[in-house]
Design a protein around this ligand. Structure first.
Ligand code: PMP
Length: 292
């Protein structure tokens, strides 16, 4: 069953899980979050997610009210309570309650929320056949303004892209940066394959450095598959043999059409299938055990 933890209290009835309207996470999107998966009773890439959460919090000068070790313990206890062996976790640290001004100094104690539930972004058929995506006209936030590496509660840039995808009848929209290079989707990283080489935009293009993205690059290295972090243009995407998206929630999904250009043969390609198999092998065998 779905369970919510708010500042040390557990709620098994979703209607009872409430936070204050004075919380700056609600008033200003002032906070950070992570999406984490549990596969077969093991928290996948737990340390990586906690580290990214604490790095994001540090950038926003939010001081988590507990150590990373303690939060991991709370996470484990909340999952145990839910009795779910395969689930999706939303971990949130917001600035906490304050007054109606935005001054973070008026918020003495951050709010910690753990939601244990499930997530399905796309129907199974889309994973088998591949999805159509578009380019958003909304540009990616500049790294010099709101750094996309901070996984903050302010997802408006991404939501504007998703609205464009919805209007186009597409599954997802990828965003370009101010220089016109490919960055990422609304909640996923982008990969292309051309002549057997796997390519994905570099950190400095202005992306969230995805944990799934890093794992795909690691899998490529381990298996002798050439992989590059390099700036990509729309030309590179349209002319690719394969395109796919990665993320904790979406996992890996093949793209068969970008802005009306058929990608490769218009079906999931061999590199996608190979990497998906290797990703599944990792998610099925690794992770921090919830139950001893
Ligand atoms: N980019 C954005 C904007 C995201 O929200 C996500 C999802 N966390 C990703 C990429 C993929 O990151 P990860 O593989 O760590 O889930």
């Amino acid at each position: 069953m779905a369970v919510v933890y708010i500042n040390g209290k557990l709620y098994s009835n979703r209607e009872d899980a409430k936070i204050s309207v004075w919380d700056h996470g609600f008033l200003y999107g002032d906070g950070v979050f992570e999406g984490i998966r549990v596969y077969n009773g093991r928290i996948f890439k737990c340390q990586e997610h906690l580290r990214r959460l604490y790095d994001s919090a540090k950038t926003l000068n939010i001081k988590p009210p507990m150590s990373m070790e303690r939060l991991e313990h709370e996470l484990i206890e909340t999952i145990k309570y839910s009795e779910m062996r395969d689930c999706y976790i939303r971990l949130i640290i917001s600035r906490g309650t304050g007054d109606l001004g935005l001054n973070p100094l008026k918020c003495p104690e951050p709010t910690v929320v753990i939601i244990v539930d499930t997530i399905t972004l796309f129907p199974a058929e889309m994973y088998e056949k591949g999805v159509e995506i578009v380019t958003a006209s909304t540009r990616k936030n500049s790294s010099a303004a709101t750094n996309p590496n901070v996984k903050s509660l302010n997802y408006l840039n991404n939501i504007l892209a998703k609205i464009e995808a919805n209007r186009a009848g597409a599954a997802e929209a990828i965003m370009l940066n101010m220089q016109g290079y490919i960055t990422e989707g609304s909640a996923d990283n982008v990969f292309i394959v051309r002549d057997g080489v796997v390519k994905t935009p570099p950190t400095y293009a202005g992306i969230l450095v995805g944990i799934t993205r890093n794992l795909i690059l690691e899998i490529c290295r381990e298996n002798g598959i050439p992989a590059l972090e390099t700036n990509l243009t729309l030309f590179d995407v349209y002319a690719a043999d394969e395109v796919f998206l990665t993320g904790t929630a979406v996992e890996m999904i093949p793209v068969i059409d970008v802005d009306g250009r058929t990608i490769g043969e218009g079906k999931p390609g061999p590199m996608f299938k190979k990497l998906l198999g290797k990703l599944r092998a990792r998610t099925g065998s690794e992770g921090t055990p919830v139950w001893d």
